[in-house]
Design a binder for this molecule. Structure first.
Ligand code: NAD
Ligand code: UD1
Length: 346
């Protein structure tokens, strides 16, 4: 029996593949490589010493998905495949709704056809929208402030409806806070296309000399140093959370949302300082206006995942920055520079 990992070549997917293989799960990866490189999966093989099938396929392509289910004995799905750039979702909402929502509908349709009803889904803390105070717990009213967030919210609702109609399903909705860091080998990590939108990839690229300086978006927030506070979580901790959620859906029916965060918040200036300490590089920065849509403070109440999944984050901010730096230093141009021929099924 295999675990199908959609979007397995991406940042969080590749780290989760490593943890799955380390725990002796058999996996099958489906990715259209729209935001990743097959090389990440070569690195997964290198880290784990294990091989697995990879399909270059789009989840919008129902026939291709059906072929994957026919050729493999799929037991459960970890569904990462999706587009995630907030700004792009505002300028091109149709692409986001089609890719994320229609893609998930296709996947669920094929799952139903093959009577596979176990899914771990990548949701996001973005579904909490603009809240007044942190920590965020799972029962807060949900809202989205942009099309990307709305796709996550709608998919959560779709998956709840699927469970209501057929209570054999087991579904975990994982609401990630801010994943950063990389595998400690320095072989896999976050490889954004173009100029990064998110803080840590931006800081890393300044540290390695690819970008000149960081813009800090606002220092007039009601926080101890005026800059935004977020719950950064090491991607390996996050990946391990998926294995706990997978065990849960394999054993229990139902649909549950879980926050995956540390429960601790760090400001932008604290992240810059920690990164400077671990990398011994100066991170020049300018303070500019707030970024539209940003909130002051976001951090998780992670107690439900602790109780329900027996999972909690273990790595601290120092580990996260050190591993991000290790990855960036070893791979200043991401995977592109070392791209080898990879065997993928069409
Ligand atoms: P990523 O872009 O690195 O990985 C997503 C993968 O899905 C990529 O490999 C991409 O090529 C693939 N993909 C996209 N559309 C596809 C399609 N139609 N068919 C097949 N493959 C497709 O992103 P990530 O950071 O690893 O995020 C994984 C998931 O987690 C996404 O759904 C994202 O929305 C969600 N998420 C990410 C964050 C974050 O900060 N990274 C936070 C919250 C939620
Ligand atoms: C962003 C997304 C959110 C997504 C999350 C995780 C937006 C508006 N929100 O949130 O939907 O779920 O990533 O992928 O894009 N910052 C700077 N300078 C930078 C970049 C960021 O000062 O160049 C600050 C931000 O203002 C924020 C903090 O750093 O206070 C973290 O930003 P970021 O990494 O983009 O994550 P989120 O804002 O949490």
């Amino acid at each position: 029996m295999s675990i199908l990992v959609t979007g397995g070549a991406g940042y969080i997917g590749s780290h989760t593949c490593v943890e799955l293989l380390n725990e002796d799960y058999e996996i099958v990866v489906v990715d259209n490589f729209s935001n990743s490189k097959p090389e990440s999966l070569n690195r997964v093989r290198e880290i784990t010493g294990k091989d697995f099938p990879v399909y270059k396929a789009d989840i919008l392509d129902r026939e291709a998905l059906t072929a994957v289910f026919k050729e493999n004995d799929v037991e459960a799905i970890i569904h990462f495949a999706g587009l995630k750039a907030v700004g792009e979702s505002v300028s091109n909402p149709l692409r986001y709704y089609e890719n994320n929502i229609t893609g998930t509908l296709n996947l669920c349709g094929v799952m139903e056809k093959f009577t596979v009803n176990k899914m771990v889904f990548s949701s996001s803390a973005t579904v909490y929208g603009l809240q007044d105070g942190a920590p965020f717990h799972e029962d807060l009213p949900l809202q989205a402030t942009n099309p990307y967030g709305r796709t996550k919210l709608m998919i959560e609702d779709i998956l709840r409806d699927i469970y209501t109609a057929n209570q054999n399903w087991g579904i975990a909705l994982l609401r990630y806070f801010n994943p950063i860091g990389a595998h400690h080998s320095g072989l896999i990590g976050e490889d954004p296309n173009g100029v990064p939108n998110n803080l840590l990839p931006y800081i890393s690229q300044v540290a390695v000399g690819k970008l000149k300086k960081l813009t800090v978006f606002g220092n007039d927030y009601p926080t101890h140093d005026g800059t935004g506070i977020r719950d950064y979580i090491h991607v390996v901790d996050l990946a391990k959370g998926h294995l706990k959620a997978l065990e849960k859906v394999l054993n229990d029916k139902g649909v549950e949302a879980y926050n995956l965060g540390t429960g601790n918040g760090y400001s932008v200036l604290e992240m810059i300082q920690t990164f400077e300490n671990v990398s011994c590089q100066k991170i020049p920065y300018d303070i500019q206006n707030r970024r539209p849509g940003d909130i002051a403070i976001s951090f998780a109440d992670p107690s439900k995942a602790q109780r329900g999944l027996n999972w909690q984050a273990e790595k601290d901010c120092h580990d996260m920055c050190l591993d991000s730096w290790q990855w960036q230093k070893n791979n200043p141009d991401g995977y592109a520079a070392t791209e080898k021929q990879t065997e993928v099924k069409a």
